[in-house]
Design a protein around this ligand. Structure first.
Ligand SMILES: Cc1cc2nc3c(=O)[nH]c(=O)nc-3n(C[C@H](O)[C@H](O)[C@H](O)COP(=O)(O)OP(=O)(O)OC[C@H]3O[C@@H](n4cnc5c(N)ncnc54)[C@H](O)[C@@H]3O)c2cc1C
Length: 389
């Protein structure tokens, strides 16, 4: 039986950050993944992920994203790779239903948090949005915008790759293409069985993403649902002036999840803009997920989300991808010790908004392995909130 001080199950966004931080701190750590990360079967592919300091999902996320942004810069310095692009971030609402007093509106929530936490930002009216951001020249007169100059996007595959490479340089052992099939624990530690070996660890961090429910059973199986998502890269119109002038964005254009879309800057040399929306109505199984985007889905996306809302992009999709969220009932993370397994931390930090925090969360999980607590306060992500529900 192989022995280690810490074992990290899953080497996606959360696991890669954790294994890197543990190895850097000198902990004897093993990481295991059923695929070969970075890969295209989980939640962490598709070139780009939004990062913003004013996290409209809630104040509990503000400390971790700030720490993560500093860590991406450290990782860039260590690796020479470009990971975090401060393209500027525009959150805007241009909706016929817009109510300036509606504190559930994502743009208003984002503005409120930025004001509370002193995050550098500007509030824009419709005229300013149209002047500064030509892709949104069609916004309604009632539109409101939040611009965060320090926001932008990170490169998920590169972030994972860099952290795994650095972890190995610091002495981590990584087993890729190996599936964990069983976990048990006792007073002294945890035993993990894979399809190739048995390992014994003092501490276990589980970041199994889409597969967490199936692997861990209850209560996780009942709490975590997997939702297939589609990513679209729309070809730019020939005469467009968007390259170098488009921010990362989140656009609300009505009420409900299907009236929000988001996208990334048109980058020089790419000829496209990545735009997506999220769906939470049809759950899926990660092992049988349809991984191809159909032509009908491309056309529907253009008609519902792009046409008349985002100028400068054509209806032609030059690239698409399928990726999946793992979603909790309240769409906030679950980060807690396992209720039955000792020495085990379970991390489901997705629900579609986890990547921006991953570098900092990995640091916190490494601290948990080493001293049983973390600098970041993770108490709001505990399982307790679902008890009795
Ligand atoms: C389409 C899409 C868009 C998103 N946009 C944003 C965004 O703009 N900003 C943002 O902050 N976040 C965003 N997110 C969320 C973010 O990407 C996720 O929070 C993050 O990727 C989750 O990382 P993870 O480590 O939990 O999962 P993953 O990265 O999927 O890693 C889980 C790993 O566990 C491995 N594994 C599972 N079971 C086993 C097993 N039994 N044995 C061994 N290995 C196993 C898998 O192979 C996988 O590599 C988005 C997510 C999606 C899908």
């Amino acid at each position: 039986m192989e022995r280690c001080e810490a074992l990290v199950l899953g080497l996606g966004a959360m696991g890669a950050a954790t294994v890197y931080q543990l190895a850097k701190a000198g902990v004897k750590v093993v990481g295991i993944d059923r695929h070969h990360p970075p890969h295209t079967f989980g939640s962490s592919h598709g070139d780009t992920r939004i990062t913003r300091l004013s996290v409209g999902e809630g104040a509990q996320y503000v400390p971790s994203v700030g720490r993560a942004q500093r860590l991406w810069r450290e990782l860039e310095a260590l690796s020479g790779e470009s990971l975090f692009e401060q393209s500027g971030l525009l959150v805007l609402t241009s909706s016929p239903d817009f109510d300036p007093h509606d504190q559930t509106d994502f743009t208003l929530r984002t503005i409120g948090l930025a004001q509370t936490y002193g995050i550098d930002h500007e509030v824009l009216d419709a005229t300013q949005i149209r002047q500064r951001f030509p892709q949104f020249r069609h916004v309604l007169d009632s539109a409101i915008g939040y611009f965060e100059p320090g926001g932008g996007f990170v490169r998920p595959e590169r972030c994972i790759d860099v952290q795994l490479r650095l972890a190995e340089q610091h002495g981590a052992t990584l087993y890729k293409g190996e599936t964990v099939t069983g976990i048990s624990s006792d007073e002294q530690g945890v035993t993990v069985i894979t399809d190739q070996r048995t390992l014994r660890a003092d501490k276990l961090v589980i970041g199994a993403g889409n597969w967490a429910g199936g692997l861990l059973g209850e209560p996780f199986e009942g709490l975590l649902k997997v939702y297939r998502q589609r990513l679209f890269w729309f070809e730019l119109e020939p005469e467009t002036d968007l390259v170098g002038a488009s921010p990362t964005f989140i656009l609300t254009h009505g009420r409900g999840d299907d009236k929000i879309n988001y996208g990334f800057p048109a980058l020089a040399g790419e000829g496209s803009m990545k735009i997506a929306t999220a769906q939470y109505h049809t759950a899926a199984d990660p092992d049988t997920l349809e991984r191809t985007v159909s032509v009908a889905e491309e056309q529907d996306m253009y008609q519902q989300q792009v046409h008349g809302r985002i100028a400068g992009v054509s209806a032609k999709v030059i690239k698409s991808a399928v990726c999946a969220y793992t979603v909790t009932p309240d769409r906030h993370f679950i980060i807690d010790t396992h209720p039955a397994l000792q020495h085990t931390l379970v991390v489901s930090a997705c629900s579609g908004h986890g990547f921006k925090h991953s570098a900092a969360l990995g640091e916190a999980f490494a601290q948990w392995c080493m001293r049983g607590s973390s600098d970041l306060d993770l108490s709001s992500f505990s399982l307790k909130r679902f008890e009795g529900k």
